[in-house]
Each structure stands twice: as structure tokens, then as C-alpha cells.
Ligand binder design. Structure first.
Ligand SMILES: [Zn+2]
Length: 275
């Protein structure tokens, strides 16, 4: 089902994320604004409304009630996280976008968790709906003789910090561009799964073998999307990851799958030069 988005851009200053020239505060933002959030949204905030109201009102409400920060450069992959003042998300839900420009609040914790079936050597937890969906996908795949190994699930902030630190120690510049900082990873939401075969890491021809083909054709039915596709690195800010799937719920996943777009494109958060 095609959905059409009306994009209402609330631009509070220049397009530069780090610009602090304009201190004007957007009075149209309804919720109480803390100094921290106010500072974060001074540069730009995007509010999106869905026009096709005849479809699903719940999804419309979710999309229109959230605020986000747009990409700050034409190629987000090459932007260092040190150069971004991120927007701190409120009301985290299955559709929330977490990336270099949008982060989880420090106090955010995943309340409802389930154990994910992993078929491997480590046990992982996931957020409840994501975990239930993953376990269903995994069970259905097994019926078709397809065997997945889960190689990562929910990460605590400490897990993410460790991952960042070990990369930072070996190459700071590389880590600042290519490794998600603490509170910037979907794994900290319990909504991301890293999926492999029993061969170890997914092979280069993953989407030519049954394991990859089943995921490609069916993941969205369970609510998962390939979050960092090849060719969209400049928009997502993350290198192509054949293994990383994000739970967004079956409805939004189907929209993203059918349109062939990322979460950033869905929320129209791509960088637009002249705004
Ligand atoms: Zn991942």
C-alpha cells in the first residue's frame, strides 16, 4: 500500500547541525522544552504528517507526533559524531529512528524483554515485540530448513560503550565516523538483530543463498527491515550491513519494503541542500 507523506519542515536556523547562530526558539513545539532539548532542536526539527488518512490512523499518529533531526550533510557516512549535536528523542517506540543525528535519552531502558532464539552459542534478549517476531520468523524459517544464528541482540549502554572504545583505541577517526556511539545504536532499543548463518558471519553472497533470500522476501512480514542497505550509506550514515535487521512492526516494515526506502527517507530526514 502506497503512503504519501506531507512534510512540514520546521527549520529553526541553518541546515548545519552544529550551527548556533540563530537562538530563536520554535514556539510551535507543544511539549515542555528543557534547556538540553531546546539546544538540540535549535538547528532544525522535522515534523511529518501523513496525508493518506484513510489508511491507518495509529501509524499516522505515531509519525506525526514524533520530532527528529535531519541529516546534516549530503554524505552522512563521512560525518564524525563529534561534529553533530544530536536531537534527544522522546516517547521511544517501535518506529523511532535512532541514527547519528537522533539519540536515545540517557535514562532510556528497555522495560519488556524476552529471550531470543539464537541457534548459536550466546543468548540474547530483545524487546518483547521484536523478540516475539524474531522467534516466529526463526521458527518459520526452520520449517523451511533454513537455519539462522543470531549474533547480536539487545545491547546495554555498557556493551555499546565497550564496542565503541575498542574501535576508538585502534583508530579514533574511523570509530567516530563508522561506529555508533552510546545511545545511538538500535541495539540499545532491543529492536535490532544481527543475523548470520552457521558458517559464521554472513557470506558475501548472502542474498543468493536460501538464508538471505528468505530474509529478503519475508522479514517485513514479521516487522523487520534491512536497516543499512547497500547504496543508502550516505543517507543512513552506516556502511552496508547485510546482517542487521531492525524491528519496526509489520505495517511500517511493509511500507519500507514496498517503497524500497530507509527509515531516514520515510521520515524525510535526508539532507536537502537548499533548506
Ligand atoms: Zn547490528
Amino acid at each position: 500500500m502506497k503512503k504519501y507523506l506531507l512534510i512540514m519542515l520546521v527549520l529553526l536556523s541553518s541546515t548545519s547541525c552544529s550551527s548556533k547562530e540563530n537562538t530563536e526558539v520554535n514556539t510551535s513545539i507543544e511539549s515542555p522544552i528543557t534547556n538540553e532539548v531546546e539546544q538540540a532542536i535549535q538547528s532544525e526539527t522535522v515534523v511529518i504528517e501523513e496525508v493518506n488518512l484513510s489508511t491507518d490512523t495509529a501509524l499516522t499518529e505515531i509519525v506525526s507526533s514524533n520530532k527528529f533531526k535531519k541529516n546534516v550533510a549530503p554524505n552522512m557516512l563521512e560525518v564524525s559524531i563529534q561534529d553533530i549535536e544530536p536531537y534527544i528523542l522522546e516517547d521511544i517506540n517501535h518506529e523511532s529512528i535512532v541514527n547519528k543525528c537522533n539519540r536515545l535519552p540517557d535514562e532510556y531502558v528497555v522495560e519488556n524483554r524476552v529471550t531470543a532464539n539464537h541457534n548459536g552459542y550466546r543468548t540474547f534478549e530483545l524487546e518483547e515485540a521484536a523478540g516475539d517476531a524474531w522467534n516466529a520468523l526463526n521458527a518459520d524459517a526452520l520449517e523451511d530448513g533454513i537455519y539462522y544464528v543470531l549474533i547480536d541482540g539487545l545491547r546495554t549502554p555498557e556493551d555499546q560503550q565497550y564496542l565503541f572504545d575498542i574501535n576508538y583505541e585502534s583508530d579514533p577517526d574511523w570509530a567516530l565516523k563508522y561506529i555508533a556511539g552510546v545511545r545511538h545504536s538500535e541495539h540499545e532499543m532491543g529492536l535490532a538483530v544481527d543475523i548470520s548463518t552457521n558458517e559464521g558471519f554472513p557470506p558475501d553472497n548472502f542474498y543468493e543463498i536460501p538464508e538471505g533470500i528468505f530474509l529478503r522476501d519475508n522479514a517485513h512480514k514479521y516487522g523487520f527491515v534491512l536497516r543499512y542497505p547497500k547504496g543508502k550509506e550516505d543517507i543512513t550514515g552506516i556502511k552496508y550491513e547485510s546482517w542487521h535487521y531492525r524491528y519496526v512492526g509489520p505495517e511500517l516494515a511493509s511500507v519500507l519494503y514496498e517503497e524500497g526506502i530507509t527509515l531516514e527517507e520515510y521520515y524525510s530526514l535526508e539532507y536537502e541542500e537548499n533548506e
